[in-house]
Design a protein around this ligand. Structure first.
Ligand code: DGT
Ligand code: MG
Ligand code: MG
Ligand code: MG
Ligand code: MG
Length: 259
């Protein structure tokens, strides 16, 4: 069929293919979640419902987009890792990031009630997203370490801050009290004033959530003879390990292996 005379406008679209043979990372982040968390009365410093909902959305994204090998989430953000050899959407940046963020946001709305029950969603949540390419395994690991270190720094601060506020300090005073403090100072405050051993706080809060495809036994009923069939499938699953150290990567060598 002949092209219409309007067809030429297609050439105004700019190519945005990401470099070949580089890791692709799509990071999505809640827009204005400072307000969103207040409007929806998120628990401070961490709301388990909100974390579980974020993890559910990331799992649904990974079930749908099989190229993603790992996702890491904390606070209102999630990073999705796509291997160097992937040719997902011909590695077009905006196609990849817009598909992932849109799938994430629609799942957030779709599954809200399962996690928040009677607490209604007050307005439409929104997430931004970007695709970044990282040229080698070291920079990819440094990227993930950066996000997990951010999780740790914020969580230690927030845990100490809200403990001080709950003990009667004003938010202004707690902020001043912690200004310029080091990690060891905050650990000390938590331990001596509140009898909290920071390292014993649940890993989901200290380490964030990493979703990997874990070998899992699934049982289904055969449509042929109605008998139970057990099979090993790779199911995206949330874990709360340290991903900065070497051990995680030694336990999961398939993540960085060349495909
Ligand atoms: P943005 O991303 O520039 O549109 O702005 P925000 O407001 O989303 O800020 P961001 O992404 O730097 O920080 C995330 C906000 O979400 C921060 O104010 C803390 C809040 N938040 C995330 N998870 C929780 C939670 O579990 N509990 C509470 N209370 N707040 C949370
Ligand atoms: Mg921000
Ligand atoms: Mg945000
Ligand atoms: Mg954020
Ligand atoms: Mg179309």
């Amino acid at each position: 069929m002949a092209n219409s005379k309007y067809e030429y406008v297609r050439h105004f679209e700019l190519a945005d293919h990401m470099l070949p043979n580089t890791w692709l990372v799509v990071r999505i982040d809640g827009r204005g979640f400072h307000r969103f968390s207040q409007t929806h009365n998120f628990a401070k410093p961490n709301d388990r419902r909100a974390i579980d909902l974020m993890n559910r959305c990331a799992i649904e994204v990974m079930k749908d987009i099989k190229d993603i090998i790992l996702a890491y989430g904390q606070s209102d953000e999630y990073s999705f890792i796509i291997p160097k050899t992937s040719n997902l959407y011909s590695r077009r940046s905006s196609k990849i990031s817009s598909t992932i963020v849109s799938l994430f946001a629609s799942n957030y709305v779709m599954h809200w009630t399962k996690y928040f029950g009677q607490d209604k969603l007050q307005y439409a949540p929104c997430f931004d997203s970007r695709t970044v390419c990282y040229p080698n395994d070291k920079v990819l690991r440094d990227y993930l370490s950066w996000r997990q270190a951010d999780c740790h720094i914020n969580n230690l601060f927030n845990t100490t801050f809200w403990a001080l506020v709950q003990s009667g300090m004003t938010e202004d005073a707690a902020e001043k009290h912690l200004r310029g403090s080091f990690s060891k100072d905050k650990n000390e405050i938590l331990f001596t004033q509140f009898n909290i051993n920071y390292n014993k706080i649940e890993p989901v809060y200290r380490k964030g959530s990493t979703i990997i495809r874990q070998k899992t036994e699934v049982t289904s009923i055969s449509p042929r003879n109605g008998e139970e069939v057990k099979r090993i499938k790779l199911i995206p699953t949330a874990i709360h390990d340290d991903i900065i150290g070497q051990e995680f990567w030694d336990v999961h060598p398939e993540l960085l292996a060349e495909k």
